[in-house]
Write a protein that binds this ligand. Structure first.
Ligand code: GTP
Ligand code: MG
Ligand code: ZN
Length: 321
């Protein structure tokens, strides 16, 4: 009888991985050879990965990471040009953002939404803490993302608004919650399933920012069917590996206008006869979205040489966990 079994990674630490094998969580050590495969990535295995584990050794060893259906990755850090794999094999990404405390960051949301599109992961924007902003402000945000072809949910983890909708969207599929710190990712999951008892943080009075309460990504089973990955809040999200032409394809409301541009490969930055800039001037596009796009375009130009030797950096870059 073979001692190799298939399981799903629910958490990763520096040297051990927590794997769900048939409902039992066991710790597996990473086989050294997994680090030797030149992938250009900081971590050979991520939460959500399906893996083969050898149960004959003690501790068990993680032998192989099975091919991924998809994954979300980002630039590891400003000092490390490799890709950090955040999680793998998700059917929907919930990009969670608060409308206040911390204030809504279109820049962060747009970067993550662009990356999700680039990695072919369907995404929903969750506008949380709707109890803290007025209706017009929320409606305007909501509208700008519908224009960007993004599904939007308005939620409040405290008074229960939108919780039934989020519950339905999470049921019977594999999802991930991702976004800034203190926006309410863990609170929303607790509201959906109180038994999860995830630790939630305080939002700092002085900075209106979260404090990195969740320190590691964790795959959770939902009692009503489905699994969800809770992740630590991030500060910066930089795309990894996308070219300027790739980026052009992941802002749907710009893609919808590009047939009208004078140059077929117009990047909508400074070319004459640009239909995107014309639409922007007429007030038909959200300026914040275009600003995010421009910033990403400039950043891609300045990316470090991917073949350069990476400096040592921890896998989670500049965030908490
Ligand atoms: N007013 C209001 N506060 C909320 C809401 N959702 C969460 N909070 C509060 O926001 C704070 C941060 O919530 P968390 O759930 O810890 O946020 P998180 O996104 O998991 O943060 P990290 O784990 O640091 O990434 C807590 O004090 C929550 O009580 C909401 O809908 N309205
Ligand atoms: Mg959390
Ligand atoms: Zn253009």
């Amino acid at each position: 009888m073979s001692s190799i079994e298939k399981g799903r990674v629910v958490r990763t630490d520096a040297k051990v991985v927590h794997v769900d094998v048939g409902g039992r969580i066991l710790l597996a050590a990473l086989r050294g050879k997994l680090f030797e495969i030149a992938t250009g990535q900081t971590n050979p295995v991520a939460v959500g990965d399906w893996v083969n584990v050898d149960l004959a050794s003690d501790p068990a060893t993680l032998e192989e990471v099975l091919p991924r259906k998809n994954y979300l990755g980002r630039l590891a850090s400003t000092h490390d040009p490799r890709e950090q794999v955040l999680f793998a094999n998700v059917e929907r990404l919930f990009v969670v953002a608060s409308v206040r405390k911390p204030p809504f960051s279109s820049n962060r949301a747009d970067r993550i939404l662009a990356a999700a599109r680039w990695h072919d992961i369907p995404a929903t924007l969750v506008l949380n803490k709707v109890d803290l902003a007025d209706e017009e402000e929320i409606a305007a945000l909501h509208e700008s993302y519908l224009q960007a072809d993004v599904e939007v949910l308005e939620t409040c983890a405290l008074d229960g608004r939108g919780i039934a909708e989020l519950h339905a969207a999470l049921a019977n599929r594999v999802s991930a919650m991702y976004g800034g710190s203190g926006v309410g990712k863990s609170s929303l999951l607790n509201a959906i399933q109180p038994g999860l008892l995830l630790k939630v943080g305080k939002v700092s009075k002085y900075w209106d920012a979260g404090k990195h309460t969740t320190t590691h990504s964790q795959l959770l089973k939902l009692a009503f069917g489905g699994v969800v990955i809770d992740t630590p809040g991030i500060r910066v999200f930089r795309l990894h590996g996308a070219t300027q032409q790739d980026l052009r394809g992941v802002f749907p409301e710009l893609v919808a206008r590009q047939a009208g541009c004078h140059f077929p490969d117009c990047t909508h930055v400074s070319e004459p006869g640009c239909a995107v800039v014309a639409a922007l001037d007429r007030g038909e596009l959200a300026e914040t979205r275009y600003a995010s796009y421009l910033e990403l375009m400039n950043e891609i130009k300045e990316l470090p040489d991917l073949d350069a030797a990476p400096e040592a950096a921890d896998a989670d870059g500049e965030d908490a966990g």
